[in-house]
Design a protein around this ligand. Structure first.
Ligand SMILES: Cc1ncc(COP(=O)(O)O)c(C=O)c1O
Length: 293
């Protein structure tokens, strides 16, 4: 069923795009035979709007396509087509102040239940923006480290078992995020975030075996002429020497970290350089919302 925005004025039912149609959220269904359900085989991406403008949409869509390439999934839609569908879905949810946008491309239905046959489904789920607690930004958060490596880390696949599991461990320790450590003791990324450390004027972030975060790329752009930027492998032991730490993600933006496992970071308060980057990021996204960048 194709809907029009007028038909839903005053009704807070969200509109999703599923495989060629715009439907009310409770009518958005896919087949239980889709291997995204049976095998966790599919890809997704996630972004938010600023002033109703999807932030870095093209970059997110290109990452979705790149995730698909990484896992051998064919997406039969161009970057421009997916961008246009996402823009239209946001417009059909004009009852939101700001939106979360989840792009999903499923593995599709497979005759033998395991071999992709190129018939996946694009889903665009647009929901109201969910704000995180203000204290995360004013007081800072605790994170923990976990000895887990993601399979094909360059892909944002619909199999986020490790994320759900590791985040459960974090919550038990009053932490908001778990950071993956690989078998060589390298610090990788969080379950849904990238991690940065500050040491003097040096801004350091992991360089490989991670999902290249869009927020991370924005921070690297904004920091380029203010910090000595170091994108490289990081040994877990370097965490204890970090003067400041923060994590980044589309839904979280820039979150100061004040404790890792049972150790405080710096003086246990969000540091001045992190706060400067939070401000730069905020100014950038505000300007984006106004169409100025
Ligand atoms: C594993 C992983 N790393 C990093 C990120 C941060 O990426 P972005 O800044 O594009 O949201 C995410 C986002 O969910 C993620 O799932």
């Amino acid at each position: 069923m194709v809907t029009t925005p007028e038909a839903y004025k005053g009704i807070s039912m969200d509109i999703y795009y599923i495989d060629g149609a715009f439907v009310e959220e409770d009518k958005a269904v896919i087949s239980v035979k889709d291997i995204v359900v049976l095998r966790g085989y599919g890809v997704f991406d996630f972004l938010i709007t600023y002033n109703k403008r999807p932030f870095r949409l093209k970059q997110h869509v290109e990452r979705l396509q790149n995730s698909a390439r990484h896992i051998g999934l064919e997406i039969r839609l161009s970057t421009d087509e997916i961008c246009a569908i996402a823009e239209e879905t946001v417009k059909r949810n004009s009852h939101h102040d700001e939106s979360n946008i989840r792009l999903v491309y499923t593995g599709g239905i497979s005759s033998d239940g395991v071999t992709p046959e190129g018939n996946g489904t694009l889903m665009v789920m647009v929901t109201p923006r969910h704000h995180l607690p203000a204290w995360w930004y004013t007081d800072g958060v605790k994170i923990i480290t976990v000895d887990i490596e993601r399979f094909i880390p360059g892909a944002k696949s619909t199999n986020y078992l490790s994320a759900v599991y590791a985040l459960g461990l974090a919550r038990k320790q009053n932490a908001v995020e778990s950071i993956y450590i690989d078998r060589d003791n390298r610090l990788l990324e969080g379950t849904t975030t990238n991690i940065f450390m500050l040491q003097g004027n040096r801004l350091i972030t992991s360089g490989s075996n991670i999902l290249p975060g869009v927020t991370r790329s924005v921070i690297l752009e904004l920091a380029a002429d203010q910090f000595d930027v170091d994108v490289r492998d990081i040994d877990k032991s370097e965490l204890s020497a970090a003067e400041e730490i923060f994590i980044t993600a589309s839904n979280k933006e820039v979150v100061p970290v004040i404790a890792v496992d049972d150790r405080s970071v710096g003086d246990g308060k969000p540091g001045p350089k992190t706060r400067r980057l939070m401000k730069l990021f905020g100014d950038h996204t505000t300007a984006y919302g106004q169409g100025n960048v």
